[in-house]
Design a protein around this ligand. Structure first.
Ligand code: SF4
Length: 364
């Protein structure tokens, strides 16, 4: 179908810890990705072939993840990029991306990436608080994030930022400082990974000694929801919240504590939508308690509006002591909630966190 947006599918090429000059306290890519060793060019070629063969048309992106791609020796970068670039030129894939560190971005590095057709670079930012970065042994500063972001922009890359709420030394002041700084930098895309304590890391040792207090899932959801809402309100896309579930991560001997749950994304959206819906209902019902109240939403927003396992429906009963009418209606734009009461109709824009009267077309 000509006008249908093609689904983006990632071909993950894991380079676990390759290029990392330090080991960050929270990180164990062998456990997170379930991969070890360095791939070579033939493996990259084989992987791309395996993913793309016999599958209908999609927007394929080859992604070098799990290490510090731009910090690995130039000859190895080039040998890994070569097969991806061949596939790009042959039209078998549509884009190439990588993740790397903010202190490993220079003009010559970016020119090399461009020669091989790379268009997106995701920076492991984690925090914009230098104290938190130091305690995480990141080996870079917030100022280097600002410089790297500016240089990537200058070279025309799509810029991604990866953030980790819940690192040692972070409190709500620090979290809100990081969030504001990212909103000012306005990356094109973000990923939010509340901290999980992974076996075999320095963080796991600190947690076992009682020196680090891990996030609860509830606190991880609160912090990630706060960040996500601020980013969306500033027009910054959030493409992932919470680590992707893998067999390793679902094994309790690998994830010892912290805010890991395969449902993190749904829980974060449940919280964001619930806070906005209840704020709107508080206002609307303070004027008039009588009559039906209809809550309408696009079919594809159903689980966000009703909440994971209908938690928002249940909580609304407890909070307001009444039943609402919950109604799927595809005329409501995605990421909006329409509330209709006896006294009027309101539309909540959940990305912008704004509510306004929903006027009939003639009155707009
Ligand atoms: S967080 Fe990034 S830079 Fe740090 S050890 Fe892990 S892969 Fe390397």
């Amino acid at each position: 179908m000509e006008n249908e947006t093609l689904r983006t599918s990632i071909i993950p090429i894991f380079i676990p810890h390759i290029g990392c000059p330090y080991r960050c306290v929270f990180c164990n890519q062998w456990r997170i990705t379930g991969h070890a060793g360095i791939p070579d060019a033939s493996e990259v070629r084989h992987l791309i072939h395996t993913y793309t063969q016999g599958v209908g048309k999609r927007h394929w992106e080859a992604a070098f993840y799990g290490g510090s791609f731009t910090a690995i020796p130039a000859s190895l970068q080039e040998s890994l990029l070569e097969p991806a670039y061949e596939a790009l030129q042959a039209g078998r894939i549509d884009a190439i991306r990588c993740s790397t560190r903010p202190d490993c971005i220079t003009g010559p590095i970016l020119r090399r990436l461009q020669r091989y057709g790379m268009t997106t670079v995701e920076l492991g930012v984690q925090s914009m608080d230098d104290n938190v970065l130091e305690r995480a042994r990141r080996g870079h500063t917030a100022a280097q994030v600002i410089e790297a972001t500016a240089l990537l922009r200058q070279y025309g890359f799509t810029v991604g930022h990866q953030l980790m709420p819940g690192l040692p030394g972070e409190d709500w002041t620090s979290l809100s400082h990081t969030t504001d700084a990212i909103c000012r930098l306005k990356p094109d895309i973000t990923r939010i990974y509340p901290v999980a304590v992974i076996a075999g890391t320095e963080l796991a040792e600190s947690w076992q000694k009682g020196e680090y207090q891990a996030l609860t899932i509830h606190e991880g959801v609160r912090r990630a929801a706060y960040m996500k809402q601020c980013f969306l309100s500033h027009g910054i896309q959030v493409i992932r919240t919470g680590l992707q579930a893998t067999e390793n991560l679902d094994d309790p001997s690998q994830v010892l504590a912290g805010a890991y749950t395969p449902a993190m994304g749904e829980m974060v959206d449940t919280r964001r939508y619930q806070l906005q819906l209840f704020a709107a209902l508080d206002r609307i019902l303070s004027g008039c308690q009588s009559g039906d109240v209809v809550i309408s939403y696009h079919r594809r927003d159903t689980s966000r509006v009703r909440g994971i396992r209908n938690v928002t429906v249940h909580r609304s009963r407890l909070r307001y002591g009444r039943e609402f009418l919950w109604n799927e209606d595809d005329a409501v734009p995605m990421h909006h909630i329409r509330v209709t009461a006896r006294t009027g109709t309101w539309l909540i824009d959940t990305d912008r966190n704004q509510i306004f009267p929903d006027l009939p077309d003639a009155d707009r």
